[in-house]
Ligand binder design. Structure first.
Ligand SMILES: Nc1nc2c(ncn2[C@@H]2O[C@H](COP(=O)(O)OP(=O)(O)OP(=O)(O)O)[C@@H](O)[C@H]2O)c(=O)[nH]1
Length: 182
């Protein structure tokens, strides 16, 4: 089977860890310093269930509720990772606004999305519970994961789940077979 090319955009409020999650996945390292992103594209090849995927990961600039949704992110993207920080109520609100804009821009009823609550290692600073995140993901018909880029928790899962969401939307994977990734 020839590799499938898939393009995934990572979106969310500023400083939620979009770059950190992407760099942890692609390079296997965590950088503690904060350097705001304009836009970066990373590539990585992964194999899931015997199928090779050539991934293009677009690490986008942080958005807020007033940002105009960039038109370029509504086309030519197969799936979305929407990130908030479990330590920031604002970032949780922003991710919902981004979701609404995303539906508006793509004009699709269903878009492959993985909602990610990042920075779960900051236990004392958590303000968004797992249940709140899960409920919002259900409302978005999205998959849901809590993660830590710092501790490399669930990071690989995020991207594998996104691929499975894309495949599901394509009808390649049956709904019932779930998101089991080997
Ligand atoms: N404790 C902790 N800190 C994190 C985690 N992920 C990211 N950070 C820190 O949060 C800050 C912002 O991380 P970035 O990855 O640059 O965030 P971003 O969403 O790409 O930011 P923008 O480019 O401004 O949109 C950095 O200081 C990171 O080190 C995490 O899982 N745990």
């Amino acid at each position: 089977m020839s590799p499938k090319q898939r393009k995934i955009a990572i979106m969310g409020f500023r400083s939620v860890g979009k770059s950190s999650l992407t760099i942890q996945f692609v390079e296997g390292q965590f950088v503690d310093s904060y350097d705001p992103t304009i836009e970066n594209t990373f590539t990585k090849t992964v194999k899931i269930r015997g199928q090779e995927y050539f991934l293009k990961l677009v690490d986008t600039a942080g958005q807020d509720e007033y940002s105009i949704f960039p038109q370029s992110y509504s086309m030519d993207i197969h799936g979305y990772v929407l990130v908030y920080s479990v330590t920031s109520a604002k970032s949780f609100e922003v991710v919902k606004v981004i979701y609404e804009k995303l539906l508006d821009m793509t004009g699709k009823v269903h878009v492959p999305i993985v909602l990610v609550g990042n920075k779960v290692d900051l236990h004392m600073e958590r303000v968004i519970s797992y249940e709140e995140g899960k409920k919002t993901a259900d409302d978005m018909k999205a998959a849901f994961l809590e993660a830590s880029a710092k501790q490399n928790q669930s990071v690989t899962d995020i991207f594998h789940t996104t691929i499975m969401q894309i495949e599901k939307a394509d009808g390649t994977v049956q709904e019932k077979s779930g998101c089991m990734v080997s």
